[in-house]
Structures are given as structure tokens and as C-alpha cells.
Write a protein that binds this ligand. Structure first.
Ligand SMILES: *Cc1c(COP(=O)(O)O)cnc(C)c1O
Length: 457
């Protein structure tokens, strides 16, 4: 028997080995991520200023860059048990196909009805809203992964869930919309006539099909103008990366059990939550000088926040109602070309990951979408799982790194995050198969137009 086959195809943890606390990476960062600023006073946002918009306990987590571990409440642990631990898979079949000496592992987060890692944070956010005695929460969703996860979490705790869904997706992608309604959420196409921001946009741009930035503004307005509601967000924020650390903690426990140390850790980055969650405990070890790893963020060439963006304070939303966040950004006015990885189309990036990237602790690469779908198909054919287009960005770079090992003969260990499944993305797969998918890379002039809209801070 091949020595390496001693490692099972799927490494699962026992229930007793599951993480009981989230890991707060910021506690180990020497240079902390920059604070959120009040857009009016340009002073750091205080808890009192954030609490009308966000749940109290979540505000505390958002501002906490001191405590390394935050205990996971029992109700959340019980919910996690319904679909966690997620499998850590040794990609023996992919290694064989690529004829590489590299050892490839992936952590698969798509084994729940919402189909992605977003449920890990949705359940935490719904729990704290319920604990605070709120009636419900509001949010935005692009193609629907976050809205689906949140509606599942809200139905579990008996909370009302109002989702503003970007109009073009609401109309063209009815499947996730119907999953959300099955779980009891109200789904409104954005921009809508229900909010001031929505009415203003509809008057200015009649017939607009909406954007994520606009849906965020509507959801925030709905939260602050409805008694007993707060706004929740599925990525970018520190609290979301904190909840997503379960991905990395499980992965680290499983690899440690078999004495495996990854050399390279790869993940796709939209707002940075799945990547931030996967790398968190490994980055912690690196920051404390206990081990070294290469970390690679993968983004679409059509929305290159890290590789071509600027580290600057920027608006999180079109309506400019949210606090200013310092992050790698393309400008809140940047509208990426239609791209099939809907979850990677946000103009900005997590402040925590932005700081780590700025400090040279992490690398980033941008890849084109046809290359991503080619990798997705190659992966699906040997590993069986139909990957989400977002997750396939990580597959593409994992394959590239494994092929480099084939050239050099190095037996590196590569770990990547497989954040979700692609069952609702079959129109994209269809376009790829029919040769109708194109690649788009914004010109420098287009990026300059986005940077011109950055606030002067
Ligand atoms: C939302 C989403 C992403 C991108 O969001 P991050 O916060 O960067 O993780 C990636 N993959 C899947 C499957 C998603 O649903």
C-alpha cells in the first residue's frame, strides 16, 4: 500500500473533537485592521453608534480585537451538528489525474441545503438577534446564497427575515428565491418602492436591474425604520470571519490528527469570509511564529479588489448609509462586468484580510472565468462534486500549484477551501459548454473611474 493512502479519503472529526470556541485572528495580529469610521464625523464608530443597525452582541464581536477565543453558544453548536463537521477530503483522484507528486486536500462546505459556508455565520447572527429579543432581521442578497442561509437560520429560531434581492437575480434566478420563501423569508426585488433609497434610485434610473450596493442600502434602511429589526451581513465584517473560523479550526484539528502540515492554503475571495475562516488558525500560528504557510486569495480578473484595487477607506454601499471601511477596494461605484461567480462581485474586501495582504502575509491572484470553469469541470469529473463557480476559483489555483509540483518534483501539500456547490449555477455551466462564455478584464481607465469615487478621508 502506498504510504500516503494511510490517510482516509475523507477525514471526519468525532463530535467531541469539534471546536467549542471561534478563533478571533485579530487578537494575534500585530497590526490590527483599521476601525470602521462614522461617515459624518470620520471618527471610529462606537458600539452605541453601531447598535441601532447591528445586534448588540455582534457589535461586541465586531469591535473585539483582543480576545483570541469566543465561546460558541450551545444552541449554535447544536445547529452546527446538523451539518458539521464538514468533510476534509484528500483529493486522491485529482492528484492521479494531474500526475502530480503534490498532496491535495479540500474542505467542502457545500453539504447543507443552502449549499455554501454562509450558514456558519447565518446561524450565529440569527441566534444573537433572537437572544436580544428582536422580531427579525433584514439583509441583501445577490444571487441568493447568503439569503438562503439566513432564511434557514431564521426559521430555526423563529425570526422574521426580510431579504432584498438584486432585481436581475430575483427575475432570472428564481430557484434560490423559492428556497428562501420555503423557509419563510420575504424576498423583495431591489431597488424597491418600499424604501427611500429604493424610490430615489427607481426615479433616477427607471428600469435599473439593481446592484448589491443598492440592496445593502435598502436592507439597512428597512432595519433602522422597523421597530425590533436589525441588519445582518454575510461577508466582509470581522464578526463573519470570526464565525467562519469553524472551517479552519476543523481543518486544522483533522490535519493535526494525521500529522499533515499544509504548505499552501488557497481560497476564493469575494468579501473574504470563507478564505478568512479557513486560514484563521493557520495564520495565527504564522503570526505567533509557530509555523509557516503560503496563503493565496483567488479573485476574478473581472473584479480584482486585491490585485488591482487600492487600500483605502470606502463606502460599503451605494446609498452611503453604512460606516466607512478601510479595505482593498475598486470603489463603491465600480460595477463589475457580468460574471458568473456572483459571490465574488463585491467591490471591497474584508478589512482583516486587507491588512494581512498589505503586510505581505498573504498573496493574491486573479483568474479569468473560462479558465475557472475549465478547472471546475476537470475537478467535477474526477472528484464527483459539482463545484460553485466561486469555489472553482480556488480549484483553478490549486491545480496550477499542483502542476508546478509536477514540473519540479516537489511533494508539496496543498489545501484549498471548496466553499459551495454549483447546482443553481447551471446556466453558467451551460454557457461554458456552449462556448458562449467570455472573459472580461477591466481597463486601467475603468478602474480609475471607480477610484475617483473614493471618499476623501
Ligand atoms: C458568497 C460566496 C463566496 C464569496 O464570499 P466570501 O465572503 O469571500 O467567502 C464564495 N463561495 C461561495 C460558495 C459563496 O456562496
Amino acid at each position: 500500500m502506498n504510504e500516503s493512502k494511510k490517510i482516509p479519503y475523507k477525514i471526519y472529526l468525532e463530535e467531541s473533537e469539534l471546536p467549542k470556541a471561534w478563533y478571533n485572528l485579530r487578537a494575534d495580529m500585530k497590526v490590527k485592521p483599521a476601525p470602521l469610521l462614522n461617515p459624518g464625523t470620520l471618527q471610529p464608530m462606537t458600539a452605541e453608534e453601531l447598535e441601532p443597525v447591528f445586534c448588540k452582541e455582534l457589535v461586541k464581536q465586531e469591535l473585539d480585537d483582543v480576545n483570541p477565543f469566543i465561546e460558541i453558544p450551545e444552541d449554535i453548536l447544536n445547529f452546527y451538528k446538523m451539518y458539521r463537521p464538514s468533510p476534509l477530503v484528500r483529493a486522491y483522484c485529482l492528484e492521479e489525474k494531474l500526475q502530480t507528486p503534490a498532496k491535495i486536500y479540500y474542505k467542502f462546505e457545500g453539504n447543507n441545503t443552502s449549499g455554501s459556508h454562509k450558514l456558519n455565520s447565518a446561524i450565529a447572527q440569527a441566534y444573537y438577534a433572537k437572544k436580544q429579543g428582536l422580531k427579525g432581521v433584514t439583509t441583501e442578497t445577490g444571487t441568493g446564497q447568503w439569503g438562503t442561509a439566513l432564511s434557514m437560520a431564521c426559521s430555526y429560531f423563529g425570526l422574521d427575515c426580510k431579504v432584498y434581492m438584486v432585481k436581475v437575480s430575483y427575475e432570472q434566478k428564481p430557484f434560490r428565491r423559492e428556497v428562501m420563501r420555503t423557509y419563510g423569508a420575504t424576498v423583495t426585488p431591489s431597488p424597491s418602492p418600499d424604501t427611500n433609497v429604493g424610490r430615489k434610485l427607481l426615479a433616477e434610473y427607471p428600469g435599473t436591474t439593481g446592484s448589491l450596493g443598492c440592496a445593502i442600502s435598502e436592507a439597512v434602511e428597512a432595519a433602522v425604520s422597523n421597530e425590533g429589526y436589525r441588519y445582518v451581513l454575510g461577508s466582509v465584517l470581522n464578526q463573519v470571519l470570526l464565525h467562519q473560523s469553524v472551517i479552519g479550526l476543523e481543518t486544522m484539528a483533522a490535519l493535526d490528527k494525521y500529522g499533515v502540515k499544509p504548505d499552501i492554503i488557497i481560497g476564493c475571495a469575494g468579501g473574504g469570509s470563507n478564505l478568512g475562516g479557513l486560514i484563521a488558525p493557520f495564520m495565527g500560528r504564522k503570526l505567533r511564529g509557530e509555523a509557516d504557510y503560503r496563503f493565496i486569495a483567488v479573485e476574478p480578473a473581472s473584479c480584482p479588489s486585491f490585485t488591482r484595487g487600492k487600500l483605502a477607506y470606502d463606502f460599503a454601499d451605494t446609498g452611503k448609509v453604512c460606516p466607512l471601511a478601510k479595505m482593498y477596494t475598486l470603489g463603491s461605484g465600480f460595477i463589475p462586468a457580468p460574471n458568473h461567480a456572483g459571490g465574488l462581485r463585491y467591490h471591497g474586501m474584508s478589512g482583516t484580510l486587507s491588512q494581512l495582504y498589505h503586510d505581505g502575509l498573504m498573496e493574491a491572484v486573479a483568474v479569468s472565468q473560462t479558465a475557472v470553469f475549465k478547472a471546475a469541470e476537470e475537478f467535477a469529473r474526477v472528484e464527483g462534486i459539482l463545484p460553485a463557480p466561486e469555489s472553482s476559483h480556488a480549484i483553478k489555483v490549486a491545480i496550477d500549484e499542483a502542476l508546478k509540483c509536477r514540473e519540479t518534483g516537489e511533494e508539496k501539500t496543498i489545501l484549498f477551501g471548496l466553499s459551495g456547490t454549483g447546482y443553481f449555477d447551471l446556466v453558467a455551466y451551460e454557457q461554458y459548454h456552449d462556448g458562449k462564455m467570455s472573459d472580461y478584464t477591466p481597463t486601467d481607465a475603468e478602474l480609475e473611474a471607480g477610484f475617483a469615487g473614493l471618499p476623501k478621508v
